[in-house]
Design a binder for this molecule. Structure first.
Ligand code: BES
Ligand code: ZN
Length: 505
């Protein structure tokens, strides 16, 4: 079994056990010698306070400020820091869990619940095992969906996520039944290092998507889509990560299109297409392949926009080449064929060749860097209509139009933008982040108090990394970054700490 930072107290019903030498990335192997004809052992162990897969929050880090909070984050290989197990997505397990919590605090798991016990009856990979405990309240969203959050956030969360049932119905219509029973969401405190995590039956989300106008719910579409791409059909190794994320981004946009219309889906696709180019320009060519070489590396390093957006673009290109009806039929049969299994890129390729011959140079997409010729090109009429000049009427602009407009400013007239549109006051985390990034890059001081507040209250890695990276580019910025980070770091999740430690050098 894999372990990292676990103290093993005993292994019962075994002939013996030993904990091997510890590797900085992989941790220490727990080797158990089984007795003849024995098929179960009991491992008694405890976790360490610095476990990379756990975040223990003090009351001030929660919305209610009165109770502590605990949550897990197992992807990619952090499950081993809180459970000894075979921690690879190529191995699947069922599980049962009994969780004891202090009085007044509730536990939730990515699993079904019967008589106070959690059960996962479908075999799942270890990275999907998840637990949270804190002052959690629940409100239903539909017959098989609901939301957990701290009581203070519950009304806003329920409003933001009110389209969840529509989204489930949208995927089911395209790609077959939802096979996990319930679909609930859990809103975590703001230090959660990701936007969302597709734990089965219970998506974990950052509270930074509670914008008040459903403008950031593509994240719900994304995590829900993983119930097919990822949780049902799983990447067998982290080199095949694009099978999880590329398929999921493709499905996410299809859900958005069905629930909110084509314009919304296309705006998001165009924004992401630009970000993909921007990121690929910074990456080593080898990391611009869909199939990743992770030898000797932490699999978390493979988490760039390439598996997400290049992966989704490949699927969109195939869709364009064979037509949507044929591509949808293919995807539906793919999910059925490989349901509850972990597969490699090679198995996908075999299946694609057999079931959907097409002229797209799929192997170039997967094994070569860059975007091959003939790639589909997303297009947004709304963005095209807005043009590139100063806007005259922004009263009906969506979040996506704001992001597009702000990213086009080169160089931005920061005082004028601030005066006319008040982005420093924006309650939308994506708009605020974009604006703060521009403020750092241009040295726009009036936004710095807000920058500091943002960095000290939000732990979402996607927001932190670009801001700290940009700060580190000037001497003045470095000083500010060090000062802010010294204050903010204790509140960040271990995964975010590791990322920002690397940025700070
Ligand atoms: N499964 C990922 C999160 C993840 C990836 C955690 C790799 C650890 C290692 C999740 O589905 C995801 O992709 N989240 C994105 C949001 C999404 C809308 C692109 C995120 O957190 O930013
Ligand atoms: Zn994802």
């Amino acid at each position: 079994m894999d372990t990292r930072g676990l103290t093993i107290h005993s292994v019962e019903n075994a002939q013996g056990f030993e904990l091997g030498p510890s590797d900085p990335i992989l941790g220490a192997p727990l080797r158990i010698r089984l007795r003849d004809s024995v098929d179960s052992v009991t491992v008694r162990y405890s976790t360490s306070p610095s476990a990379s897969g756990l975040q223990w929050l003090d009351p001030p880090q929660t919305a209610g400020k009165r109770h502590p909070f605990l949550y897990t984050q197992s992807q990619a290989i952090h499950a081993r820091s809180w459970i000894p197990l075979q921690d690879t997505p190529g191995v699947r397990v069922t599980f049962t869990a009994t969780v004891h919590t202090p009085d007044g605090l509730a536990a939730a798991m990515g699993a079904g619940r019967r008589n106070g016990t959690f059960h996962m009856e479908h075999p799942v990979p270890s990275y999907l095992i998840a637990l949270a405990a804190g002052d959690l309240a629940f409100r239903p969203l539909g017959p098989r969906s609901g939301v957990y959050a701290e009581p203070a956030l519950l009304p806003a969360a329920a409003r933001e996520f009110e389209d969840t049932e529509l989204m489930i119905a949208a995927v089911e219509e395209m790609y077959g039944p939802y096979r996990w029973g319930r679909y609930d969401l859990l809103v975590l405190p703001p230090s959660f290092p990701f936007g969302g995590m597709e734990n089965p039956c219970l998506t974990f989300t950052t509270p930074t998507i509670l914008a008040g106008d459903k403008s950031l719910v593509s994240l719900v579409a994304h995590e829900l889509a993983h119930s097919w791409s990822g949780n049902l059909v799983t990447n067998a190794t982290w080199s095949d990560f694009w099978l999880n994320e590329g398929f999921t981004v493709y499905l996410e946009r299809r859900i958005l299109e069905k629930v909110y219309g084509r314009d919304r889906a296309e705006m998001e696709a165009v924004l992401a297409r630009r970000e993909l180019d921007r990121e690929m320009a910074q990456l080593a060519p080898a990391d611009c392949r869909l199939h990743l070489d992770l030898a000797g590396r932490d699999p978390d390093d493979g988490c760039t926009l390439v598996p997400y957006e290049k992966g989704a673009l490949l699927l969109r290109t195939i869709e364009q080449s064979v037509g949507r009806p044929r591509f949808d039929a293919f995807l539906r049969s793919y999910f059925d064929h490989f349901a509850f299994r972990s597969i490699t890129t090679a198995e996908f390729l075999d299946y694609l060749r057999r079931e959907l011959p097409n002229p797209v140079p799929v192997e170039d997409w997967i094994f070569q860097p860059g975007i091959p010729e003939g790639a589909a090109e997303p297009h947004s009429d709304a963005f095209a209509r807005a043009g590139t000049g100063w806007p005259s009427d922004t009263s009906r602009w969506s979040t996506q139009e704001w992001l597009h407009f702000l990213r086009l400013q080169n160089p931005p007239d920061m005082p004028r933008l601030d005066r006319e549109f008040r982005p420093t006051q924006s309650g939308n985390s994506e708009i605020l982040h974009q604006w703060l990034l521009m403020a750092v890059k241009t040295g726009y001081r009036p936004a710095y108090p807000k920058l500091e507040e943002f960095l000290c209250s939000v732990g979402r890695r996607k927001f932190l990394k670009p801001l700290y990276t940009a700060l580190m580019e000037t001497a003045e910025g470095r000083e500010l970054a060090r000062r802010i980070y010294a204050r903010a770091r204790p509140g960040y999740h271990p995964i975010a700490q590791a990322t920002i430690d690397a940025v700070m050098g």
